[in-house]
Design a protein around this ligand. Structure first.
Ligand code: FAD
Ligand code: FES
Length: 322
């Protein structure tokens, strides 16, 4: 079986073991979260040897060139010398600037970055706390020239990162920001029709994409479906209604699973509402963000309903296994 060398530690992989599992087994503190290739928090670098191409899927070309790969999806066929990600390659330092309530459970977290950081609204970044805890959050704001980014964070009961951020303990704290990653961002094709669907904080990337489309003077249609369990699960409704009122191409469609039907509010499963309202999907570009069950389920349903898979961009907010 192949062997990994990490500093002066050498570990031989077990059958079907990933590089991340082997590093953890060897007691090497390797940041990680989802363990399935979605969050990019387990980025490491091949110092010598070639990482499997499948473990470099979704990484920027500049990182691939430098030998970076995702430890959680890497199963090796040959020995590899592995090292940690170099801060200069993948991250910028910052601090938690403000934390504001958007609803009872969702908070707007503004991060001040200390250096240049190229990103597109809608992509996700990884916040790395000083104790090494790392979690992904999608960027709702446009690059603003002041080095600030806005995140929507839902407070999860018992959640280590979200609790720390949302309860205000993090205010003023230093944080490392890694990334960006993900392909949920506005591509700049002004005439395309865009269908944006998300539940909960899945709104963050959709708002980022909408803001970028407005900035670019988008000409095609842009329809945002945002879902919550009930009306308390929706947030930024006034801002989204204002965008709908002031931009002819943009439509905001709030959806709740439970509640009384009223004008301007859909009641029912968001996936069914979307499918009922859109039958001609082949030419639409589609963005699906947030709850993994909704994102992965709706991706399949939309494909079966005629959407083009290469035009569906999805970020499932997968959490770390308990
Ligand atoms: C690509 C990507 C983008 C993301 N973007 C966002 C975003 O914009 N906003 C946002 O709020 N989150 C986002 N997430 C989720 C985020 O990274 C964290 O998983 C989340 O904040 C929970 O982390 P935690 O440390 O607070 O909880 P943990 O300490 O990891 O978990 C505590 C407990 O809560 C459970 N748990 C974790 N998440 C959930 C959940 N969603 N629902 C129910 N139980 C849960 C865990 O299983 C565990 O038992 C994203 C994830 C990915 C992969
Ligand atoms: S991508 Fe490896 S832990 Fe999430």
């Amino acid at each position: 079986m192949p062997t990994i060398c990490y500093g002066d530690v050498s570990v031989t992989l077990n059958e079907s073991e990933t590089v991340l599992e082997a590093l953890i087994r060897a007691g090497i503190n390797t940041p990680h979260s989802c363990r399935v290739g979605a969050c990019h928090s387990c980025l490491v670098r091949a110092v010598s040897g070639s990482p499997p191409p499948a473990s470099q899927k979704g990484l920027k070309a500049s990182l691939v060139q430098k030998g970076y790969f995702l430890a959680c999806t890497a199963q090796l066929e040959a020995d590899l010398v592995v090292g940690p990600a170099a801060a200069d390659d993948v991250s910028v330092s910052g601090r938690i600037l403000t934390v504001e309530s958007l609803s009872k459970t969702v908070f707007l977290v503004r991060v001040q970055l200390n250096g240049s950081f190229e990103f597109k609204a809608g992509q996700f970044i990884n916040l790395v706390r000083s104790d090494g805890l790392v979690r992904s959050y999608s960027v709702a704001s446009l690059p603003n020239g002041q080095g600030q980014i806005e995140l929507h964070v839902r407070e999860i009961p018992g959640g280590r990162m979200s609790g720390w951020l949302c309860r205000g303990e993090a205010l003023g704290a230093s944080i490392e920001v890694r990334g960006p990653a993900g392909d949920c961002f506005y591509l700049g094709y002004a005439d395309e029709n865009l269908l944006l669907v998300g539940a909960g904080t899945g709104l963050a990337p959709l708002l980022g994409i909408s803001r970028d489309a407005i900035r670019a003077g988008h000409q095609g249609r842009l329809v945002v479906y945002h879902g919550g369990l009930d009306e308390r699960g929706l947030y930024l409704t006034d801002e989204l209604r204002r965008l709908d009122d002031t931009h002819d191409f943009l439509t905001y469609e709030p959806c709740v699973l439970r509640g009384d039907a009223k004008p301007g509010l859909h009641v029912g499963p968001i996936d069914q509402i979307v499918l009922d309202q859109h039958s001609e999907l082949a030419d639409w570009r589609i963005y699906l963000c947030g709850d993994p069950d909704l994102v992965l389920g709706l991706r399949k349903k939309l494909y079966l309903a005629g959407a083009n898979l290469s035009r569906i961009h999805a970020d499932a907010f997968l959490s770390a296994p308990s």
